[in-house]
Design a protein around this ligand. Structure first.
Ligand SMILES: Nc1ncnc2c1ncn2[C@@H]1O[C@H](COP(=O)(O)OP(=O)(O)OP(=O)(O)O)[C@@H](O)[C@H]1O
Ligand SMILES: [Mg+2]
Length: 584
């Protein structure tokens, strides 16, 4: 249970609901208890009348009174059961809500390495499946456990006060029932987990096929895809059938044991009645008690298996919650960043893969200057961008912003000051407006500024041609953008926040040369007062840079302005020659 103790802080937060809920559970049990006594009174009364026919004439009134009382108590019990659900189950939903948010917040805190180490499916499972299992403990399991405790004390106390021998005999089958139900529910849980797992396989198979339907069609892979689906679906059905066959044991088992208890009650009760120790009314009363106990006893087994599952889930959740992010904000004060950047002998190895991405990189860039980064694919260009945004911390060398070590800056200020255009140009499902204004905390989108950013990124024309212009939804269910459109929209997103530093990671690659020139021209007009880092495969994007570094396998092999590099006749000059003749 020690992992579930973590939730105690939430119980403390919602203690009011818990206490009131417990009170409602108690009251509803008290109302459940009395009808059995009324039945006994009615039975004994009838027996009395049968034995002494002249003793009472008001038999109708008497029976109606008991009947009415039973109905009244049932209604009262129902009302309090409703309140009990409205408190305990509501509490569990509230805690579920808080826990989900806590996990999500923690996720957002964690570094990129964490995401590299864990697959998305696992991350999703923590926040959905695992939280759901924990909720089953917080809600139903807790409610039934409290309910059971009260009912046991009340009912068994009552039974013992009537007749000890009968009570003991009647209770014998119940522990067997609890153990049997525990085993059956465990089996049901295991099997339904297998069903769930197969269902997610099935879902991801179909999802993958649907999202790559054009590739499936072009490679004529329909039959193969269908076979994959068919096999997986068959496995799913088989697992479902297995689950059904286990579930089929559940109710017969309960009914068998109730039956045993009822027969024992009648038999032993009959013997005790002959001895004159109890009345026939008591036998009827006992039968009701036994029936009242059956479900709680069965739920002991069920609740135990729920708690076990919740404990396992909570253990997984706790593992995530206690991870500390490697990238910590060490400076709570606001820091001002102008845009002088220095790399001093920076080497970097990706912690998760051990790939040495950068070796001894040094350069320095004054504010309002432009640095070009050029190099083959995999040479470490995007890694420099990652380090500049402090997505990873370095072990070797130093990175300075305006003479302050990157680690000593306020992390959030640092990122606020960088307009980063990623290589893949990822956009979110939402409107054009929402995507461009993504980087501003307050959601007060300034229409003019959005339009201005779009204009600088040379995307205005296309946006104007969309059906709802700036309110057009893009993404899965909206307008599908081309690669170049996506890149320009992500450029607009960076421009919108108007930062002192821009990092363009190869974001012009899917844009034709003319548009590229226009955008660079707009940017140089717009970003005159900015430090720019332009990563590119094309020498044409770097011509106006104050300095260019050329990377190869993580090392700087050339450094200089465009003209210097051309005169150098090295790799850069060679690539420039190739690219310019290609364009002719
Ligand atoms: N997140 C990561 N985790 C581990 N290794 C990585 C990661 N990103 C990149 N690498 C590795 O680091 C090296 C440099 O990659 P990087 O992305 O910096 O290259 P790049 O110059 O940007 O290439 P491209 O022009 O193709 O974008 C590569 O060998 C790559 O496999
Ligand atoms: Mg890259």
């Amino acid at each position: 249970m020690k992992n579930l103790f973590y939730l105690n802080k939430y119980f403390a937060k919602y203690r009011k609901l818990l206490v009131i809920g417990t009170f409602f559970i108690l009251i509803s049990n008290v109302f459940a208890l009395y009808p059995a006594e009324f039945v006994r009174h009615a039975f004994d009364y009838i027996q009395n009348v049968l034995e002494n026919p002249t003793s009472d004439k008001k038999i109708h009134f008497y029976l109606l009174k008991f009947g009415g009382l039973i109905v009244l108590f049932a209604i009262l019990k129902g009302i309090f059961m409703y309140f009990m659900r409205q408190t305990v189950i509501v509490m569990s939903r509230k805690i579920e809500f808080d826990l989900k948010n806590e996990i999500y917040k923690q996720y957002q805190n964690l570094s990129l390495s964490f995401y590299k180490k864990n697959n998305t499916g696992d991350l999703m499972n923590r926040i959905t499946e695992d939280v759901n299992r924990v909720r089953m403990y917080l809600g139903p399991a807790l409610m039934y456990a409290i309910n059971m405790a009260f009912l046991f004390i009340l009912v068994i106390g009552k039974m013992l006060s009537i007749n000890t021998t009968l009570t003991l005999y009647v209770l014998i089958p119940l522990p067997i029932l609890a153990i049997a139900v525990y085993h059956v529910s465990n089996k049901i849980n295991k099997n339904s987990e297998r069903v769930q797992n197969q269902l997610s396989v099935l879902t991801s198979i179909s999802q993958e096929t649907f999202s790559a339907i054009n590739i499936v069609k072009i490679f004529r892979n329909e039959e193969n895809s269908f076979k994959l689906f068919f096999d997986s679906c068959k496995k799913y059905t088989n697992r479902q059938l297995k689950l059904v066959s286990v579930e089929a044991w559940f109710f017969p088992l309960i009914i068998l044991l109730i039956g045993t208890s009822t027969i024992t009650t009648i038999y032993i009760g009959g013997l005790e009645n002959f001895k004159g120790k109890i009345t026939t009314g008591n036998i009827a009363e006992f039968i009701i008690y036994v029936n009242m106990l059956t479900w709680p006893v069965a739920s002991v087994g069920w609740v135990t298996s729920l708690v076990q599952r919740a404990e396992a889930s909570m253990e997984r959740i706790n593992e995530f919650l206690k991870i500390e992010t490697e990238i910590k904000n060490t400076n709570p004060n606001n820091t001002l960043i102008k845009g002088n950047i220095t790399f001093e002998n920076v080497s970097f190895i990706y912690p998760d893969t051990g790939i040495k991405a950068l070796k001894n990189i040094s350069f320095s860039l004054k504010e309002n200057e432009t640095l070009g980064i050029f190099g083959k694919t995999g040479s470490g260009k995007s890694t420099i961008a990652n380090l500049l945004c402090r997505m990873y911390d370095i072990d070797n060398g130093e990175i300075f912003y305006d003479n302050t070590k990157i680690g000593d800056l306020n992390l959030f200020d640092l990122r606020k000051n960088i307009g980063y255009v990623p290589q893949d140009g990822f956009l979110f499902s939402g409107t054009v407006n929402e995507n461009i204004s993504f980087g501003i905390d307050s959601k007060e989108e300034e229409e003019e500024e959005i339009k201005e950013a779009a204009k600088t990124a040379e995307i205005t024309e296309e946006i104007e041609s969309f059906p709802d212009k700036y309110n057009t939804i893009i993404g899965e269910r909206g307008v599908q953008l081309s690669g170049g459109q996506r890149q320009r929209l992500s450029i607009a997103r960076a421009i919108y926040i108007n930062p002192p530093i821009y990092i363009f990671d190869d974001c012009l690659s899917a844009i034709d040369a003319n548009k590229e020139k226009l955008i660079l021209k707009n940017l140089s007009g717009k970003t005159k007062e900015n430090t720019n880092i332009i990563i590119s495969h094309r020498t044409s994007s770097l011509q106006n840079a104050n300095q260019i570094i050329v990377l190869d396998e993580g090392e700087i092999i050339e450094k200089g302005t465009h003209n210097e590099l051309i005169n150098n006749n090295g790799f850069y000059a060679e690539m420039h020659k190739k690219q310019t003749t290609e364009n002719l």
